[in-house]
Design a protein around this ligand. Sequence first.
Ligand code: BES
Ligand code: ZN
Ligand code: ZN
Length: 487
Amino acid sequence: MPTVTLSTSKPTTARADVLILGIRGEDDKGDLADTLDVLGFTGEKGQTMRFASAGAVQARVVIAIALPTEPTAEELRRAAAKGIRQVKGAATVAIALHPAGVDEVEAIAEGVALGAYRFDAYKTPKDDATSRVELTSAVILTPFARQSTATKAIERAATVAAAVNVTRDWVNTPPGDKRPADFAAAITAHVDDAGVSDAVKVTVWDEKRLAKERCGGIVGVGQGSDSPPRLVTLAYEPAGAVTHLALVGKGITFDSGGLSIKPGASMQTMKLDMAGAAAVVATTVAIARLGLPIRVTAFACIAENMPSGRATRPGDVLRMRSGATVEVHNTDAEGRLVLADGLALAAEAKPDRIVDVATLTGACMVALGQHTSGILGNDEAFGDSVHAASKAAGESMWPLPITEEMKAAVTSSAIADLRQHNPKPYGGALFAAAFLREFVGDVPWAHLDIAGPAFNEGSAVDYTPAGGTGTGVRTLVRLASDLAATR
Ligand code: BES
Ligand code: ZN
Ligand code: ZN
């Protein structure tokens, strides 16, 4: 990740290999007007042009980006990332996107760090001239450079972007290299590496402890795999905390479907199925690094969902941490089973609020598409706060209801307290949330179904890379700072 700093230099004289220059309309082209006109730069939204500056500015290469007259923070976040992704073979870049205030500076800094993300751990390094040069420094040009609030803003951006990027790394890691014990170890190592091991206490329960603690959901899902399940708990308890937030994440390191096995094509991306757990862990570390005055307890419910002679069968009944029994109908609906135990443990800690994050249902993608997460829950006001946080953070989310009929469906098992899987093929995201609701008691709770946005099957767009996106982190950090400010 390049180091991001601030400077009051002018775009024309900024010392860098590349200048990323935002152009707000016809009158903003300045000395570059002729060049931009010949290149066919019309200023249409999202347009970019990369060309040699031929001495028109100090930097040797210019990347011009069309901006609206008064760009929003999100538009600047995207523009910065779009520009950064076009930088090749350069070590230093200056960014002139004309931020209107400190929030816009922060968005640009986020865009830089998110747009510069690469996952090349599994690529054999190439030894050509372009690959030998790495982007090490990005300077944001802004009149606010001398304000301490601007420096704070870019530090905050770096912390949040690092959290998004580690989530992406974990999601992108091949499933054979992140089996439950590996993922749990990676989480512990990350807390140390991030320098927060004094502030964040990590506890790992192995399969024996999980059984002893009556976590029948996590044990039931994990028992088909040769690599047994884990529950990782992170506790951040700063002095003077104004509220207690519990986070719960779905951490299926690979979802084959279990005995209700998925068709091959649907299995291809199922390393993504731990994106919720990755997001809540990374968020907790970011909150600790930011020193937000809010207590956070995060539960990463980690298992590998595999078919075998030991696997849970359709028809089996599991006794969950809450004491409720659940009749399993489809072992591919495993997320709700591991989350149920995580949510029950979260509720036992008596927090003020719970948020769970999960790549839970294909049905949510049918409802909202691939780029919007569902917000469901038991408290409309809290759901609204989460929605507001997502808007401020620039992540697309939308509320879905938990309808009355779903309550009846969840309690319709002939032999157990609850039924795991919707008897009807409609409203799968709603049914799953109705099931989860049974485990949160009366704590205000929001459920984020990130099945669509967690993984980008297409190619990179703006700050969203191909593969793991790190969705959820920015919203949760924003929610935590909102809660810290309003209690
Ligand atoms: N992990 C999947 C959901 C998913 C699908 C996430 C596609 C991301 C992309 C989940 O465990 C699952 O398999 N859900 C089933 C539930 C069904 C069996 C009730 C689904 O959505 O089809
Ligand atoms: Zn599944
Ligand atoms: Zn799953």
